[in-house]
Ligand binder design. Structure first.
Ligand SMILES: [Ca+2]
Length: 144
């Protein structure tokens, strides 16, 4: 579930192109999270609720046009810790961020209209395999 903390934009577009189970992802997402064109609207924030605490081993971002800081944080609503900042310096490229973190919530911050990310893939550790593709959209559905 994606929660929009801002009054503009649709952060659901960060997780609307999760087709395929490849790891690492090799698709070419096109719909990106955008707020509006007003400078004063930024930064904008949104977070994903993974349903329960997950052991996250990688976060992939699909970088599109322009450059700007895209911040990924973990923790819980009202209490975030920055995990990393991606400068969005590449073009139409999947960027891998290896992490080792246990969290239920992952927050994204788009600091400007230029910090353009089209899709996010969050990989949870699978105890049966070394690395497996369990994506954001599917994670909450795995609840037993
Ligand atoms: Ca998308």
């Amino acid at each position: 579930m994606v929660v929009n903390e801002s009054s503009v934009g649709d952060p659901g577009l960060l997780v609307d192109e999760q087709a395929g189970k490849e790891y690492p992802p090799d698709s070419s997402p096109v719909t990106q999270w955008h707020g509006d064109w007003k400078k004063e609207s930024y930064p904008i924030h949104a977070y994903i609720d993974l349903g329960r605490k997950r052991n996250i081993i990688a976060i992939y971002l699909y970088d599109t046009n322009s450059k700007g800081d895209f911040v990924v944080s973990v923790g819980e609503p009202g209490k975030w810790t920055e995990l990393f900042t991606d400068t969005c310096s590449l073009y139409n490229t999947w960027k891998a961020h290896d992490v080792d973190i246990s969290t239920r919530y992952v927050r994204f911050t788009k600091t400007s209209t230029e910090a353009n990310i089209a899709e996010v893939v969050i990989v949870e550790r699978d105890e049966d395999k070394e690395k497996s593709a369990q994506k954001t959209k599917e994670l909450p559905l795995k609840e037993k």
